[in-house]
Design a protein around this ligand. Structure first.
Ligand SMILES: Cc1ncc(COP(=O)(O)O)c(C=O)c1O
Length: 478
């Protein structure tokens, strides 16, 4: 008897049958119960086997229909599984890799692709400076700390109208501005948890969240998240039923960082029901929601939240003016407590910046500018995805996101993206290596590339070089 868990044995058998062509792409796989009966195991073990294969993108889950053999990828793939199911919650101990990555921004690295940021030329610097100057001249009291009440009310109504376009119905008095979404999330965590509590997060997960958890002394329970469907609800349910008590969940439902996953509406509704059943509060991070490539901002989870269980967090840091650091939250039944916490944290957001935002919303300029950013990012994402698929070695996979600014690249088995980063840095190119997206040693073969840079011959060459470096590494020549 080996130490290999039972579900992994079953997954490997299924994988061999998939490889043999027994189930052509798109065909329905045995129901979970049937699989469980075939192997003499319980349904949770059978489900874990399917979830594992889902992580490997060998099977696809369709809500209420079951599991299906995945379609072949653009780039051929043959690799062993490396992603485990949910593991035990652990205190987050983020090592220096993450801080080192952030420090790269201040370095002289020529081609910086490691952060989630769009090039400054995408944002309306001239327009903002003109408006700010005029507004201050007209209303000098804005240099004071607090936004005058009438202006404040107007801004909240504008945010309310903006959010209504995402099917979100929030009262104006339930809008609270914060220092970026980072403060919104950290206030929410401070309100909901005490040191040592368990917080469910996606895996892979945005490394900034891991840093926040670490600072607050919280344990992260990492729940698998796939580029196709986002957070695995089955894995979450499994953890809620069988694991330690979970205080809250932090999830990026729209264009998750780093996978780019968009959670389907059905899953959003099911997640809310699941949370309700287990008394779980959700902190929804919708930082990328406005950067949709389709026709509209996908509805956030909060759109279906009738009981105030979801703390919805949003931000203008990606879609309007990153340096303004204008985030906001709508706290549902936690709102009043969050308002109090915010007062003792950063008190208020800069009045002049809020006033300029309000003008941009009122004039329709915000709509126009965010539309332009979306179009640009969509195009850049296409170019980047094509270039990666073209340049990276056989076995590399990408799933083109439907929004956001991040491309998650799953390299072939054996790729060491940390070593690749070192090789790339020596050529003055950066990206985010997979290891920074988990508190566990996972995703070492993956990398995240920012698509916020305008496409250029130089960028095309750099992506080509990255692919070549990856191939050289795999061939053992580096
Ligand atoms: C998922 C996610 N949440 C939060 C943040 C931080 O956002 P902000 O700059 O609004 O604090 C980022 C930044 O990239 C992010 O990717």
């Amino acid at each position: 008897m080996t130490d290999t868990p039972l579900y992994l044995h079953i997954a490997r058998q299924l994988q061999a049958r998939l490889d043999s062509g027994e189930w052509p792409p798109g065909s329905r796989l045995p129901a979970v119960r049937q699989l469980a009966a075939e192997h003499g195991v319980n349904t949770l073990t059978a489900l874990a086997a399917y979830r594992y294969l889902e992580e490997q993108q060998r099977v696809v889950a369709r809500p209420r229909s079951g599991f299906f053999a995945a379609l072949p990828r653009h780039v051929a793939e043959h690799r062993h599984a490396t992603l485990p199911g949910p593991t035990a919650a652990a205190l987050v101990d983020v090592d220096s890799r993450m801080s080192n990555l952030i420090r790269l921004s201040a370095s002289s690295t020529r081609q910086q692709l490691h952060m989630a940021e769009a090039h400054h030329s995408l944002y309306p610097a001239q327009e903002l400076s003109r408006r700010m100057q005029m507004r201050l001249a007209r209303q000098p009291e804005l240099i004071g700390a607090y936004l005058p009440t009438a202006d404040q009310q107007q801004l909240y109504q504008q945010i309310r109208r903006l959010a209504a376009g995402w099917q979100l119905d929030i009262p104006a008095e339930h809008i609270l501005f914060t220092q970026g979404i980072t403060e919104a999330i950290s206030l929410s965590l401070r309100h909901l948890t005490r040191p040592g509590d368990v917080v469910a997060v996606e895996t892979p997960v945005y490394f900034g969240l891991l840093q926040t958890l670490q600072t607050l002394g919280l344990k992260a329970l990492e729940i698998p998240c796939t580029p196709d469907a986002g957070l695995s609800l089955e894995a979450l349910e499994f953890a809620l039923r069988h694991g330690a008590p979970v205080k809250c969940l932090v999830t990026v439902t729209n264009f998750q960082n780093p996978t780019g996953a968009l959670m389907p509406d059905d899953n959003k509704k099911r997640l809310l029901q699941l949370a309700r059943r287990h008394g779980l509060t959700i902190i929804e991070d919708d930082v990328f929601g406005e950067l949709y490539f389709g026709n509209q901002h996908p509805a956030p989870l909060k759109a279906w939240d009738r009981d105030g269980d979801v703390i919805y967090c949003s931000s203008f840091t990606k879609s309007f003016a990153p340096a303004f650091r204008l985030g906001w939250l709508s706290g549902g039944r936690h709102h009043a407590a969050l308002e109090r916490l915010r007062e003792s944290s950063s008190l208020v957001s800069p009045a002049i910046l809020l006033a300029v935002l309000s003008e941009m919303l009122a004039s329709g300029d915000y709509a126009r500018i965010s539309q332009r950013i979306r179009q640009q990012l969509k195009q850049q994402m296409e170019q980047l995805s094509d270039a990666v698929l073209d340049a990276f070695p056989r076995g590399t996979r990408v799933r083109r996101p439907q929004g956001g600014m991040l491309l998650w690249v799953e390299g072939p088995e054996g790729l060491d993206s940390q070593a690749l980063l070192e090789a790339a840095l020596s050529r003055s190119i950066s990206f985010a290596p997979g290891l920074v997206f988990s508190a566990e040693p996972r995703f070492g073969h993956c990398l995240r590339i920012n698509c916020g840079q305008p496409w250029s011959t130089q960028l095309a060459e750099d992506i080509h070089l990255l692919g070549w470096l990856a191939a050289e590494q795999l061939a053992g020549r580096q």
